[in-house]
Design a protein around this ligand. Structure first.
Ligand code: FMN
Length: 202
């Protein structure tokens, strides 16, 4: 069977979600997927970016990461989305990309794929779950198959978030537990997509 095609599509202003996305890449790779690692386009005005040196620094440091295009979703069997929490919802940058998927939706090219979400917030109860659930609404409209990590692995009892890997940026840099959780989440999503792919090919 052809390997599972995984797209990791994320937005990160200051690097936290980017770090989680890299761990998700490792997990997907270990599960045997071929991967497209993509950031979404920055749509904030340059003066907003420049107002926070860590934002500008991260943007410059990831200039070589290709920007997501619609074909990245069309191509994939499984899409892992990463976004920071913005007032308890996904970032406008990721939402702008999501809102450009109308043509794929109209051509029924979004359905039947596996989707999973990871996030980061500034504070512990700052809206991680609402961010993931908010994005999950989109997958219902797409006819997607939502694969959360649940409590299906030991690591999930350490992170305590069954909705998706979620780091609290205020606690400091992404730690090993959250890196492992992101790897696990991606592996589980890819393995589910592989089972679906094999079943459909049978
Ligand atoms: C406009 C804005 C809104 C935010 N809203 C929240 C929020 O509702 N809850 C929270 O805990 N953190 C909030 N944050 C903090 C970010 O979620 C946090 O800095 C982010 O997870 C860092 O991810 P990044 O390093 O990948 O950009 C907000 C940040 C900004 C700039």
């Amino acid at each position: 069977m052809e390997p599972v095609k995984a797209a990791i599509i994320y937005y990160s202003a200051t690097g936290t979600v980017h770090t989680l996305a890299q761990a998700a890449f490792e997990g997907a790779e270990k599960a045997g997927a071929v991967i497209r690692f993509r950031k979404v386009r920055e749509n904030a005005p340059p003066e907003a970016v420049d107002s926070r040196p860590e934002w500008r620094e991260h943007l410059d440091a990831t200039a070589d990461v290709p920007e997501a295009v619609l074909d990245d979703i069309a191509w994939a069997d499984v899409v892992l989305f990463g976004t920071p929490t913005r007032f308890g919802t996904p970032s406008a940058q990721l939402k702008a990309f999501i809102d450009s998927t109308g043509p794929l939706w109209a051509a029924n090219q979004l359905a039947d794929k596996v989707y999973s979400v990871f996030t980061a917030s500034g504070t512990k109860h700052g809206g991680q779950e609402s961010t993931i659930l908010s994005l999950s609404n989109v997958f219902y409209h797409w006819g997607g198959i939502i694969v959360p990590p649940g409590y299906t692995d030991e690591i999930q009892y350490k992170t305590g978030n069954p909705y998706g890997t979620s780091h609290v940026t205020g606690d400091g840099p992404v730690d090993d537990i959250h890196l492992e959780a992101a790897r696990y989440q991606a592996r589980r999503a890819v393995e589910t997509a592989a089972a679906l792919k094999a079943g459909r090919a049978a």
